[in-house]
Design a protein around this ligand. Structure first.
Ligand code: GAP
Length: 506
């Protein structure tokens, strides 16, 4: 397999700084000091997010892929409520089982997900002590904290790395927690339910507790019968939904990778149990191809099967599409899960709601609860993957970098600049801008030097800039500047629209 392209040479700090500077992502409520795990998508961020969202919807609902016989699959859309009858979450297993084990630090009041804490434990026969706990993926903080204990010696000779979850609670007395200098401050692990609670109606008692959905998938199962009864769908078919999901994550981190409010794009594919393995393979392949079609290099993606002990409560088998994020590189982190959910959800909802959710298959003359294959991707996590993928160092440019978005994903498709603000150039540029903007997102910019305007567009990832200069007024041509190659060419002003159609709608 090819090595992942240099995502490990990209710095998350630089990417986060660019996102703030250029209006991709801001911390939510920043003027009040922020709120951990919540983010606002700025003007360029929401445009990028909408481009991914619209492409997913188009690829699955409006123009679904073809089956082995060349016929389009049948997939319909849905937009279900975020708050549902709380019994639905009992049936789905989320009230009882959707929890993460966590440990608290009673010195700092911090809370950590047990499976995210690693411990540097002194090897036998060494003179170092005690053990030090760290959150996974924080190499800088490890080096800093161990500096005193190692006194210049090799960390790996002195310490072995073990997962906190593999230690006993008795070992905790020897451990210095991730954010403290004291020993023995970590508490025994407890289960913590990730669903956000709210109350419905004015009285607000415990009998009115409801939940913000932790996945969009359940809304699909709840509407399954209505879709079946009202639309002309027949097995196999899919129901797709995009929307917000909420999880009170114990340790939100890595920028927008793990947030408490995020967006998902999920499709439940209902099929005959005997065909479920075929469709499981089919969707794994389709989904990998889709991420590549958005400009993600194939060597930055991998498909990983879950181990038995990793499977969610509902799943018979799951494969994750993983991306090589800068903070996981050279390893990979989850981008999308493709789960074989069997008949778990419909069976549970049939039992708890006492409504028949079986399907009568006329062709087979058979009644059954369909099996479900679920490609579930994170839309906001997709935004992060595309931001990381696009970030490209280039010392030759004033901005020292540019965002190499696939043209279809770029938030701004082209910019139109008058070279100077005189001699009729602004008027010609404005006319071109007005002509293009009904079909493409176009930026018109007449301020600052042309170099600074190019630099801004490099940071926004705009594939093309059209400049109106002195020659335009004589020969009706404009300069096209190509973002990736920095090449410039002249084309007729009348051909700009055609140029855009050819180069953007690819
Ligand atoms: N319906 C199945 C389901 O929700 P999941 O693996 O928990 O499965 C699907 O979530 C996708 O949603 C993940 O692959 C990830 O991209 C995204 N996701 C999950 N939790 C997230 C979080 N806290 N922040 C951002 N994205 C998240």
């Amino acid at each position: 397999m090819l090595k992942p392209s240099a995502t490990n040479s990209k710095s998350m700090d630089e990417i986060v700084a660019l996102c703030k500077r250029r209006g991709f992502v801001y911390p939510a409520s920043e003027i009040y000091g922020g709120i951990n795990g919540f983010w606002d998508y700025g003007p360029l961020g929401v445009a990028l997010k909408n481009n991914i969202r619209d492409d997913w919807w188009r690829n699955l609902v409006e123009c679904p892929p073809l089956d082995a016989d060349g016929n389009p699959l049948q997939i319909v859309g849905l937009d279900s409520a975020i708050i549902q009858n709380p019994n639905a979450w009992v049936a789905s297993g989320h009230v009882g089982g959707f929890s993460d084990p966590m440990v608290d630090c009673h010195a700092t009041k911090s809370r950590y997900r047990l499976d995210h804490v690693m411990v540097y434990r002194p090897r036998e026969g060494t003179d170092v002590h005690p053990s030090y706990a760290f959150m996974e993926g924080q190499p800088d903080s490890i080096a800093k904290k161990l500096k005193k204990a190692t006194r210049g010696r090799d960390v790996s000779e002195l310490f072995e790395v073990v997962a906190l979850e593999d230690l006993t609670v008795a070992d905790y007395a020897m451990i210095v927690g991730p954010d403290t200098k004291e020993q023995g401050t970590l508490t025994e692990p407890k289960q913590f339910n990730l669903m956000f609670q709210t109350t419905v109606g004015a009285t607000g008692g415990p009998e009115n507790v409801a939940y913000l959905r932790p996945e969009t998938a359940q809304g699909i199962f709840l509407s399954y019968k209505n879709v079946l009864d009202t639309m002309r769908v027949r097995m196999p078919f899919g129901i797709a939904q995009i929307g917000k999901a909420f999880r009170n994550e114990v340790t939100p981190r890595n920028f927008i990778f793990r947030s408490r409010e995020f967006e998902q794009m999920e499709m439940e594919w209902f099929c005959h149990p005997d065909e479920s393995e075929h469709w499981f393979s089919y969707w794994k392949q389709q989904r990998m191809q889709w991420w590549q079609s958005l400009g993600v290099e194939s060597n930055n993606l991998t498909l990983r099967d879950h181990e038995q002990d990793e499977l969610s409560h509902y799943s018979d088998a799951t494969s994750d599409i993983e991306y090589c994020y800068p903070f996981t590189a050279p390893a990979f982190g989850e981008l999308e899960g493709i789960a074989h959910r069997g008949c778990f959800d419909l069976t549970q909802h049939q039992k708890h709601s006492k409504q028949k959710l079986e399907y009568f298959d006329q062709q087979r003359n058979e009644r059954y609860i369909p099996h479900v294959i679920e490609p579930a991707s994170g839309l906001t996590r997709g935004v992060l993957a595309l931001l990381c993928e696009a970030y490209t160092h280039d010392d030759q440019r004033p901005s020292k970098m540019y965002m190499k978005f696939h043209p279809r994903m770029a938030p701004i498709k082209a910019a139109v600049f008058p070279l100077v603000n005189k001699d009729g150039m602004p008027e010609v540029a404005q006319k071109l801008h007005l002509e293009l903007r009904s079909r493409f997102t176009i930026e018109f910019d007449a301020k600052q030097s042309i170099g600074k305007r190019y630099a801004r567009m490099d940071e926004a990832g705009t594939p093309y800039c059209f400049t109106i200069d002195g020659d335009t007024l004589n020969d009706q041509t404009v300069t096209v500047r190509h973002r990736d190659t920095l090449q410039q060419e002249r084309i007729g002003i009348d051909h700009v629209s055609e140029f855009m159609t050819k180069n953007i709608l690819v």
